[in-house]
Write a protein that binds this ligand. Structure first.
Ligand code: ZN
Length: 421
């Protein structure tokens, strides 16, 4: 292997800038999930000249899909000239809300020095643009390659991926007989390979009480006090136990290298009226939503039964305590072994391009790998792409142009390793 592909990728600096700016200027905000069709059609124009066969796929009936805001995805495939594996680059095309605090036009694609600014610049339109120039450089040099290359841009990752990768996986697009290597260019850093992510279990807990006049609370049963007892158990028993439960997954940052739980929300009692005068009532209901992140060493049944046991215990010991527990959502952890071919290939390419060994990480939150793993049954999948994770979802989000080139070189080199036997 010589350095031709690295030079050719590097020469696409103007190209990657233009692509990133164009992508940022299509404001694919989620919610509501807008301009999805527009960004897919833009990508058809980009990829068709490289002989990609482009399919636009609407996730009919998926959560969030409507005629006002249809969930469009694109899967583009270019066949090689002989049999071989398929390498798939999957990016999500949706971006989160702009939020406050911007000093730049969030959809302008402004450039200063080595940075391109905009909502989605780092998460993850820069990664998508990097994968496109990597593929273009590869195809220009090696039109006669083995296997196939796919590029997808998918909807709704920021809201769970059900109208995007989950839907495509259900339709067989990530079947291991069709696709063998998946790289998701999420902004994890150009010298890091992300092997997977923790799991998540979301549930609503309601404590029940009995309404009565607020001047005579002894005639009622206060649901908020019962919730207080639940929170006390969390504070004294559950949270310390979770913090002590460490994982072998290389999760970053360090604080997420164990089980964790967030209490997302709490609602109890009657709502105050507009002028803030309270209702004189003992609350008969209090609800919280918990966000329990769990590690690969735990299984989801234990995660939910641990909470249920805690609540049952309160029911046995605390007078008047009653509750309801309802699962809201679940995500299974995913972890690709370091020995997997796509990991080995990208690791070798990082050494080649950057002259150092990669670090291996796992993500504290989940991303679309969960669907590729659980629904697609495809294990040979990683996240690898340019950008700093800390910038994602923040004001004045940006992507480094040099970072995009460097990671595109790694992707292009990986294509050489996988498709030029
Ligand atoms: Zn992302």
């Amino acid at each position: 292997m010589d350095d031709a592909i690295l030079h050719r990728t590097e020469a696409k600096r103007d190209r990657v800038i233009a692509l990133t700016q164009d992508l940022i200027r299509i404001p694919t905000l989620n919610p509501p999930g807008q301009f999805y069709r527009d960004i897919c059609e833009y990508l058809v124009k980009v990829l068709t000249p490289f002989n990609f066969e482009c399919k636009l796929i609407r996730a009919d009936g998926a959560p969030g899909d409507s005629d006002a805001f249809p969930r469009w995805n694109i899967v583009a495939r270019r066949e090689g000239t002989r049999a071989g594996p398929c390498v798939h680059f999957n990016s999500h095309h949706d971006v989160v809300a702009v939020g406050e605090g911007w000093t730049r036009d969030p959809f302008g694609g402004e450039i200063e020095d080595d940075k391109i600014f905009g909502r989605g610049a780092c998460d993850m339109k820069g990664g998508l643009a990097a994968s496109i120039i990597a593929v273009e450089a590869f195809l220009e040099l090696y039109p006669d390659f083995a296997g196939a290359i796919e590029i997808s841009a998918t909807a709704d990752e920021e809201s769970g991926g059900y109208g995007g990768v989950a839907y495509l996986a259900q339709k067989g697009y990530f079947d291991p007989s069709r696709v063998q290597h998946v790289i998701i260019p999420e902004p994890l850093g150009k010298d890091r390979i992300c092997l997977g992510h923790r799991g998540g279990w979301w549930a609503e807990i309601e404590t029940k009480g009995e309404i009565a006049h607020g001047s005579m609370p002894f005639l009622g049963n206060c649901a908020v006090r019962h919730m207080g007892a639940v929170l006390e158990r969390f504070e004294h028993d559950l949270l310390p136990a979770l913090a002590a439960r460490m994982t072998d997954m290389p999760v970053v940052p360090d604080g997420a290298r164990s089980s964790t739980m967030n209490i997302n929300s709490i609602h109890g009692g009657q709502a105050e009226s507009y002028d803030g005068l309270p209702a004189h009532c003992v609350p008969d209901s209090c609800r919280i939503v918990i966000d329990r992140r769990f590690i690969i060493e735990e299984n989801i049944e234990d995660v939910s039964s641990e909470i249920e046991t805690l609540l049952e215990n309160l029911k046995d010991t605390r007078e008047g305590f009653d509750y309801e527990l309802q699962e809201v959502n679940r995500v299974i952890p995913s972890m690709t072994p370091k020995t997997a071919p796509v990991v080995q290939t990208v690791a070798a390419s990082i050494s080649d391009v950057m002259g150092k060994h990669p670090s291996y990480i796992a993500s504290p939150g989940s991303y679309d790998q969960k669907h590729i793993d659980r629904i697609g049954k495809l294990k040979n999948c990683i996240a690898y792409g340019p950008g700093e994770l800390e910038l994602a979802h923040k004001p004045d989000e940006w992507i480094g142009i040099t970072d995009m080139i460097d990671s595109a070189q790694v992707m292009a080199r990986s294509l050489e390793r996988l498709l030029l036997p």
